[in-house]
Design a protein around this ligand. Structure first.
Ligand code: ATP
Ligand code: MG
Length: 342
């Protein structure tokens, strides 16, 4: 540990920590750093003189000029001004060796009547890359799943359902009597059931309206059916001549609409909701608003796979989604670049 006055035990403890740790005084100057920090400071471009000891770290962060580093400076200033910590911040740094992601955790302490701030920084570049790679892989998987569903839906609809229809027609034309007629009627009823199931399975897997009429009418049809089944009073705001778009974008937004409506039904407790689809400049905006309980506080709002799926689907088409409490209720806004049908 490099510094003037910290007692030996603390020095040893701080030097065993793998995070880069610096201690700032009430002015924001670095008064002590641990071994990890000292090594890291040498890689800075330009390297921090004397491991940064004596440097005003807050002013240094400001001088880097990026919005993320000035946010870090503001957080540290806030701590020194009495804000309750710890202050947590993740940001990107450009080092000579390439970009690096860091997580900063800063805590204010009082020691012998002095105010100090302990700044610990961890390199989270590997986690960030892994997270991004996982996101890309999951999005590709969702996309492949959509394609596969579409293929199976088509197969069921154009293949299996046609065979069953043919069998039903032939059976209907058969002239039989007595017990055989009873059996014929029973087989016919079984075929009708099978056809119904195949049709609805194929519909759920890939709604034909999406292919035939495009997203606008497909969402309208789905939303009307949803409202009927659930008793939700649903206002649908979609122009009749909403243009057809690239299939990827349509599938992504359709699935978002399905999930958002399911969430309204499962979580909001709202008897009414609104769904809208419109063009906004170069973008298309799908919005779903309910008037229920709103989003829960904290971590529980990220518990399901529904929201994560919506995010990934939109990322895959270069879009994004926001979910906000709208007092009352929740507003979901899904944005995607408008791309005409390919
Ligand atoms: N319209 C809403 N009103 C209130 N809370 C909501 C609403 N939409 C989502 N939430 C909250 O966000 C959480 C996460 O939603 P998400 O869709 O990811 O998961 P889920 O619906 O619980 O499960 P699933 O994985 O089956 O979708 C929900 O559990 C719920 O607490
Ligand atoms: Mg859900």
């Amino acid at each position: 540990m490099s510094e003037g006055s910290a007692s030996g035990l603390y020095e040893v403890i701080l030097d065993t920590v793998t995070a880069n740790v610096a201690i700032l005084n009430a002015e924001g100057e670095i008064v002590a750093v641990n071994d990890a920090w000292a090594q890291f400071a040498a890689f800075n471009a330009p390297p921090l003189e004397n491991h940064g000891l004596g440097l005003n770290y807050i002013a240094f962060c400001d001088s880097l000029g990026g919005s993320e580093t000035s946010e870090a400076a503001a957080g540290l200033r806030g701590l020194l001004a009495g804000e309750v910590g710890p202050f947590r911040h993740e940001y990107q740094m450009d080092l000579a060796s390439g970009p690096l992601w860091a997580r900063m955790i800063a805590t204010r302490i009082s020691s012998n009547g002095r105010t100090l701030v302990i700044v610990a920084q961890e390199d989270i570049t590997v986690q960030r890359h892994a997270q991004a790679a996982l996101g890309r892989a999951t999005a590709a998987l969702l996309h492949a799943e959509d394609d596969e569903r579409r293929r199976i839906a088509r197969e069921l609809h154009d293949g299996t359902a046609q065979y069953l229809t043919g069998a039903k027609l032939m059976l209907g034309a058969m002239k039989v009597e007595g017990r055989a007629e009873k059996v014929r009627v029973e087989i016919e009823a079984l075929l009708v059931n099978a056809l119904e199931e195949i049709r609805s399975l194929s519909y759920v897997m890939h709604p034909p309206a999406l292919e035939e009429t495009g997203l606008g009418p497909a969402i309208r049809q789905m939303a009307e059916g949803f409202a009927r089944r659930t008793g939700l009073s649903l206002q649908i705001d979609i122009a009749d001549d909403f243009p057809k778009m690239a299939r990827r974008t349509e599938v992504a937004l359709y699935r978002v609409a399905q999930e958002a409506l399911a969430n309204v039904h499962r979580h909001s407790g709202s008897p009414r909701a609104a769904i809208g689809l419109r063009l906004a400049g170069e973008m298309v905006l799908l919005s779903i608003r309910d008037y229920g309980v709103g989003l829960p506080d904290g971590a529980s709002a990220t518990s399901g796979v529904g929201l994560a799926g919506m995010r990934l689907r939109l990322e895959f088409v270069n879009g994004h989604i926001s979910l906000t409490s709208a007092f009352p209720g929740v507003l979901v806004e899904a944005w995607a670049p408008f791309q005409p049908k390919d």
